[in-house]
Design a protein around this ligand. Structure first.
Ligand code: ZN
Ligand code: ZN
Length: 338
């Protein structure tokens, strides 16, 4: 892959300077739906190698081998221990899975349990990509045990409300611990969640009930439960120009609820079509539809700042100007320079 940049970095454990290569920017994610354990989609898998840096001299594995802060003494002695070095060279080569496992071990001695779980999950993906199914299952099982013993670590998964539960359940299912996964589904349904979580929990239950331990994606969950390929539902036409203007130029004057309401979309859920927000105030604002919301926001801004209207409209035709500073109407051509 040519889209790589390289950088010389100095290992915080042994002070050896080496060349590290990274993808140029972000990922080349193909837009495929992510796996239910938040695993990388096909396009992202090729960048996994850069998620854990490994010092070629001492074998220190970390997401950043040259951090600003000093590395803890426990980490240095663990890197130098036979246990760590055996794990790094497990199976005769320094595989990507081994590197993630070593990172997990260092997170463990640093007592960073959520990060340890993430490293174990990444080791599972790497093992899976390398065809090591047994190792992948073991990594998932270990990650699940860790999260079961320290439930606050589930908050590390913040994609949506309740996503930590979905990750835990997916780990249990994929580790062939189906009964425990089903118990977690029932327990998760007792806690607050949003409709995406509800849908994924229902899908996990279906998979568990048929003993399916394979990888599945969010998009599959959606298709299986609603029969639709896309979660977006059609919504009535509205003045998207004014909405974009308010978000671009008046963002700081909007309340968080107005901002959420303006950006909300209609989605299909198990309970029918809904706005994709759980914000009760935003939902109230959206009751009359997006156009009514836009008029209400504009009136509020105008009432609060009558001398310098944030929404710049043409004094002749009332059309919206391109920016707050514009002095010429793009609709009727009228100019109001003074
Ligand atoms: Zn080193
Ligand atoms: Zn005009």
């Amino acid at each position: 892959m040519s889209n790589l940049v390289s950088e010389r970095r100095t290992c915080a454990v042994c002070c050896t300077s080496s060349e590290y290569r990274y993808p140029r920017c972000g990922t080349d994610g193909s837009g495929r739906s992510p796996a239910l354990d938040e695993g990388p989609c096909a396009g992202e898998r090729s960048t996994m190698d850069s998620w854990v840096e490994t010092c070629p001299s001492c074998g220190y594995c970390a997401d950043d081998i040259a951090p600003r802060q000093k590395v803890r003494a426990e980490v240095v002695s663990m890197v130098r221990s036979p246990r760590y070095q055996e794990l790094l060279h497990r199976g005769g080569s320094v595989s990507l899975a081994n590197r993630f496992l070593c990172e997990a071990l260092l997170q463990e001695v640093s007592r960073r349990l959520a990060d340890q779980a993430v490293a174990l999950i990444r080791a599972a993906w790497a093992a899976e990509s390398a065809g090591e199914a047994d190792l992948a299952r073991q990594c998932r099982s270990d990650a699940a045990d860790l999260l079961l013993s320290r439930r606050p670590a589930l908050q590390r998964f913040t994609k949506y409300l309740g996503s930590g539960s979905v990750v835990l359940i997916d780990l249990l299912r994929r580790a062939d611990r189906i009964d425990e996964a089903l118990r977690e589904v029932d327990a998760a349904l007792q806690r607050p969640f949003n409709f995406i979580t509800e849908m994924l929990l229902a899908f996990e239950r279906q998979l568990c009930e048929r003993g399916d331990t394979a990888e599945h994606t969010e998009a599959e969950a959606f298709l299986a439960l609603t029969g639709e390929r896309s979660s977006w539902a059609p919504e009535p036409e509205y003045d998207t120009t004014t909405a974009a203007y308010l978000l671009s130029y008046c963002g700081e004057m909007l309340t968080p609820h107005e901002s959420t309401a303006l950006q909300a979309h209609k989605v299909r859920t198990l309970r029918g079509v809904m706005w994709n927000t759980g914000d009760a105030v935003a939902l109230k604002l959206l009751e009359g539809g997006k156009d009514a919301l836009l008029r209400a926001i504009e009136q509020r801004l105008l009432a609060e700042h009558p001398a310098h209207p944030a929404v710049n409209r043409c004094p002749r035709c009332g059309g919206l100007a391109r920016t707050p500073q514009a002095k010429q109407c793009r609709h009727c051509g009228h100019s109001w320079r003074s």
